[in-house]
Design a protein around this ligand. Structure first.
Ligand code: HEC
Length: 163
């Protein structure tokens, strides 16, 4: 446990590259990641009831009584994790923060018991998923963590439609 915590601290402080004190990639594999994803039940929150949308591509229906949507975990660049670094994905799983370090909405879990092997394997697995573009999965709102903020820059920059 201590070793795992120290490893993650090293991972966060060093970033995706750099000389880690031990080999974080040792033994990690997409196949292992697939097994961990099943074990953790990620699909319950990140997969549509309609499987034709694609594996772990997000939920277009919010959690009951909320405006929170299980996000698209496929490598799609616009609506998924295509632009997230490994460390950003691992941080989201463990600390419950997004790529801007903003808090994620509940019920997004904080997986404090994630080992390096598990974290690395899950990332490896997510990278193997076919990218799915899901414009129909809205951004989550959960005030006061994530309040709705009107985009004033758009409203104030109306130049009459010149592209
Ligand atoms: C109980 C439901 C639940 C489970 C189980 C769950 N998540 Fe999530 N997760 C969420 C919700 C809801 C969000 C989006 C929160 C938000 O947008 O503020 C999220 C966000 C994320 C994010 C950040 C991505 C983004 O675009 O915001 C990642 C990465 C992630 N989850 C990975 C996983 C992985 C991998 C698993 C399995 C190990 C998992 N989650 C299990 C509910 C869940």
């Amino acid at each position: 446990m201590l070793r795992s915590v120290l490893g993650l601290i090293a991972l966060f402080s060093l970033g995706a590259c750099g000389d880690a004190p031990f080999d974080l990639d040792a033994g990690a594999s997409p196949a292992l990641g697939a097994a961990y994803v099943r074990q953790r039940g990620c699909a319950a929150c990140h997969q549509s009831g309609d499987t034709s949308f694609g594996e772990l591509s997000g939920q277009e229906v919010p959690f009951a009584g909320t405006l929170v949507y299980g996000s698209n975990l496929t490598p799609d660049v616009l609506t998924g994790l295509g632009n997230w670094s490994d460390v950003q994905i691992i941080r989201a799983m463990i600390a419950g923060v997004d790529d801007q370090l903003a808090q994620l909405c509940p019920p997004s879990p904080h997986l404090g018991d994630l080992s390096e092997l598990e974290a690395r394997s899950i990332v490896d697995y997510l990278r193997t998923l076919p990218p799915v573009y899901r414009a129909d999965v809205p951004a989550s709102l959960c005030p006061p963590l994530k309040p709705f903020l009107p985009d004033l820059s758009v409203a104030g920059s109306d130049d009459g439609g010149t592209p």
